[in-house]
Structures are given as structure tokens and as C-alpha cells.
Design a protein around this ligand. Sequence first.
Ligand code: GRF
Length: 215
Amino acid sequence: MTSAKLKTIVLIGGSGTNLQRIIDLTHQNALAIELQAVISHRPSAYGLKRAELAQIPNFCIDHSTFQTRSDFEDALKNLLNEFNPELIVLAGFMRILSPTFIKQFPGKIINIHPSRLPLYKGLNTHEAAIKAGETIHGATVHFVTADLDGGPIIAQSSVTIAPTDKASSLQEKVQMTEYLIYPHVIQLFAEHKLCLKPDGVYLNNQLLPLEGIQL
Ligand code: GRF
């Protein structure tokens, strides 16, 4: 018996290397998802090309053409609702989503952030970690809630910061781990093993610690 694949949409805004990894693993049947569509908020995002090459329906909702955040989000919501996705994966999507938008997809939106949250929310995380003299850095997959970069944590990776590391080399190291932890988490969703409840993230019906799964 084959079970239905998890209906998934990826939202992007840039080069889409995480998207590429998700596409590749899906094509190798290593991810039990149906990639319904890729949506970018920037027309120049190379991820759109990646989706096109992989023959995945792709759309651009150019945020810069909307008067207000609410108008942009209405357009995004309407498009998403045409697909009725079970999981919405943010991968380099660089727009802040309002609480009103997020509430319409409860427990269905996940993001990957390039730091070990709650450390280094926001931008320029690699520079910040080096400047602070950290020896460990990494990435976090978390549920998206109204709390920016503060939603419940599902999984984290870690890398060692070498004394010679610059932001660019550290970014590369962290991204290599993103390509592992994001698909890992997506597959857990596809197997219906993960869910968000009012008191936190559950994996196999067990409440995860606040720092999520350490991968
Ligand atoms: C990743 O580093 C991710 O942590 C952050 O945006 C970047 C997206 O990169 N949220 P890409 O577009 O997947 O190459």
C-alpha cells in the first residue's frame, strides 16, 4: 500500500539552493512529498528557474508591486489556497508574514534560519556569531509563528567556527547542514510524525525539548 504524498509548497526569494536539494530528494523518492508549486516574492529569484527546470509549477508574487503588506499577503494566500497545501516550506523567503496570515495556516508553515536560535535572530547571522567570538554556530528549522524567528524549534544543526572562518566560509558550512536538516524535518512531516501543539513541538507524540532535535 502506498500512502499519499504530503502536498507541499516552497516559498523562496533567492538562489534556491535549499529548494534544489528538496527537488533532488523528491525526484529520488527520498522525500514523500508532492511539490505542488514554488512561489517567489522576487521575480529575479534563481529558484524560479530551478523550479521551471524541474517542471514544477512556479509563480512570482512580486511584493514590490503591492501597496501594502496586507495586499501582498492576500495575493499569496489566494494562490496558496488554490493548492490547499499541507506544508508550506519557507526557503530564503525574505518577507515578514503577519500574524493574520500565519493564523490561516496553523502548524503548517516552517522556516530555516541560519543560526542556532534563539541566538542571532534577523540578518547577518554569520558575521554576528564570529564577532561575538562563538565557537559553535548552525541552523534552525522552526515553525513560523507571529514571533519573528521565534517560533517553536523543530531541529538544529551545529558547525564549529574555526579561527580562520569569515562570514562567507561560515555561511557555506552552515548551508551544508541546512541541506541535511531541512529535508530531514520535511520527511518527518511527510510521515506525519511531527506536529505543533499549544505547549510545543511533538515528535512521535513526545514533546521535544525547546532546542528541538539536535542533528
Ligand atoms: C538559507 O541560508 C536560509 O538559512 C535562509 O536563507 C537562505 C536561503 O538560501 N533562510 P537558498 O535560497 O536556499 O540558497
